[in-house]
Design a protein around this ligand. Structure first.
Ligand code: ATP
Ligand code: MG
Length: 537
């Protein structure tokens, strides 16, 4: 169905027939119309407690919460924050805030008080909604700050000095006379923060139009109303928010939420509820492909596994497919700044390891980062993106915005190429490339190779500075419990498999675990810092 469409200028247009994306549809009306469509069906269930809401429950309850927001005096444009692990009520907040014209900002539920304080100040929010467990972190963050001006702390459950979320759900609904509809292309619906993999996280302003567009564009991935989805990836991250939480509604599916990853609970939730589609990130794919516990559970209902947010090697895809007997391993690519999806591989999948083709209404080009010249098929360069899902900008960061969006193109900072069929392949981040004597080595390529070694459980590769060569690739390896693998074995393994300039001349270090973000990204900066500290010791 998908072949390459390329204009003369080297710009690749999506091969899908363009969709009609309405210019001024607000998210509240959009999502409510989908909710209405599936009225009596089950929508969302807490995988731990069994608390559940049908599609009609979500309509009535979120409209009541929206009314309560209005009674509290929150006005269109005000920002409210959600600081919470996954639960069904998270969804009520998103919809209620949209209906009341508020912007929802989200943050990592593992934040310390200091990180939270930065986020609350930066986003200038007026209220925060949190869990009982996290209230103390919120109080600590607010207590030390003169600039955080929260009007209230709302809590899922009960906690001293906080307003219980249940009182909002029990509102009479009278203050919401109509669902907010303003300027869909200007009004910021959600304000998630980029993951902070490469620096401090930035507030990403995504409009109603951005999110509605991406949800419409995502309909190329046909989910079924009978699909049961797992909500394990964080709802505060754009992937969990749009591709999981919002997109189940546009597809009429149901979802089971889990607050965090615990191997047994994860597997038993999948098995017990006969989950059919799972959205994951590479570290969880690695778990499914390699962990012995997986054998003990019946996962035969799974028909699709989605992966995104970080590089996923072809070998790992094949291993996971084979072990679970899953036909469809679907990769997607995107950024917080693109709401998030840009590419997705749609079954039948012919190109393992590819992130798929451009979704409808999206264009891309690959440019040489040094000369800015547009490159052709099979040439690797920086991926630039254009489409209705591209963010409005970073909050209060005009220079950073101007740096990322130039002439209407979003410069992703990722290296990629495409083949003659229009399938894209991501090499790695431009900034993470290791430069050995003028040769470029992508850490993700070495990681994908190392992980295929039977004695290696997990790994990461960084570049370390070297006077003569510029940089040298160095591997961090987590070995299998019973293995006796040594540095020499790892070095011999890479010698046998990759070109001489890619060898691990910076050495191999065995570590108990690889630092990763909740969104599944390897935190290479932590490894670089630990290497620096080691040198200074
Ligand atoms: P920050 O911008 O704050 O440093 P971040 O870039 O990690 O953080 P996100 O917006 O969560 O924040 O991640 C987007 C990035 O994730 C992309 O730029 C790309 O590097 C990576 N990515 C996403 N999907 C894929 C994929 N399928 N394969 C490889 N990399 C991916
Ligand atoms: Mg980024």
């Amino acid at each position: 169905t998908c072949c390459l469409q390329q204009t003369k200028a080297g710009i690749i247009e999506s091969a899908y027939k363009p969709l009609t994306i309405p210019d001024n549809v607000d998210f509240g009306s959009f999502i409510l119309s989908h909710l209405e469509q599936y009225k009596d069906r089950p929508l969302i269930e807490n995988g731990l407690t069994g608390v559940k809401y049908s599609y009609s429950d979500v309509i009535s309850k979120s409209l009541k919460v929206a009314s309560a927001f209005k009674k509290s005096g929150y006005k269109p444009g005000d920002v409210i924050a959600v600081f919470s692990t996954n639960n069904p009520e998270y969804l009520l907040v998103y919809i209620a805030a949209a209906a009341a014209g508020l912007t929802t900002t989200t943050m990592n539920s593992a934040y310390s008080a200091k990180e939270l304080k930065f986020h609350l100040e930066n986003s200038e929010c007026c209220a925060i909604i949190t869990t009982e467990e996290l209230v103390s972190t919120v109080k600590e963050a607010v207590g030390t700050s003169e600039t955080v001006k929260l009007k209230e702390i709302i809590v899922f459950g009960n906690s001293h000095g906080c307003r219980p979320f249940s009182t909002l759900v029990e509102d009479d609904g009278t203050a919401l006379t109509e669902v907010y509809s303003g300027n869909a292309k200007e009004d910021v619906l959600v304000l998630p923060y980029s993951s902070g993999t490469t620096g401090l996280p930035k507030g990403v302003m995504l409009t109603h139009h951005n999110i509605v567009s991406n949800l419409l564009q995502l309909t190329v991935l046909k989910l079924d109303t009978s699909d049961r989805i797992l909500g394990i990836l964080p709802f505060y991250h754009i992937y969990g928010m749009v591709c999981i939480l919002f997109s189940i509604i546009t597809n009429g599916c149901s979802i089971y939420t889990l607050p965090k990853f615990e191997p047994e609970i994860f597997l038993s939730t999948l098995s017990k509820n006969r989950i059919t589609c799972v959205h994951l990130v590479p570290p969880l794919i690695l778990f499914l492909a390699k962990h012995p516990l997986v054998e003990d559970y019946d996962l035969s209902a799974i028909r699709r596994i989605f992966s995104g947010a970080a590089p996923l090697g072809k070998e790992l895809v094949l291993k996971c497919k084979e072990r679970l007997g899953v036909q469809e391993m679907i990769q997607g690519y995107g950024l917080t700044e693109t709401s998030p999806v840009v590419h997705v591989s749609v079954p039948p999948i012919r190109h393992e390891g590819s992130v798929g083709t451009l979704i409808p209404n999206t264009a891309a080009k690959i440019i040489d980062p040094e000369t800015n010249e547009i490159l052709g098929p099979m040439q690797t360069g920086e991926l630039c993106i254009k489409g209705p899902q591209v963010m409005k900008g970073y909050l209060n960061r005009p220079e950073a915005t101007a740096d990322m969006i130039r002439d209407g193109w979003l410069y992703s900072g990722d290296l990629a190429h495409y083949d003659e069929d229009g399938h894209f392949y991501i090499t790695d981040r431009l900034k993470e490339l290791i430069k050995y004597k003028g040769f470029q080595v992508a850490p993700a390529e070495l990681e994908a190779l190392l992980i295929t070694h039977p004695d290696i459980k997990d790994c990461a590769v960084i570049g370390i500075p070297d006077e003569k060569a510029g940089e040298l690739p160095r591997a961090y390896v987590v070995s299998n419990d019973k293995s006796t693998i040594r540095e020499e074995d790892v070095l011999n393994f890479t010698k046998a498999n990759v070109a001489p300039y890619k060898q691990l001349r910076g050495g191999v270090e065995f570590v108990p675990e690889i630092p990763k973000s909740a969104a599944g990204k390897i935190l290479r900066r932590i490894l670089r810092d630990s290497y620096k500290n080691k040198l200074n010791d």
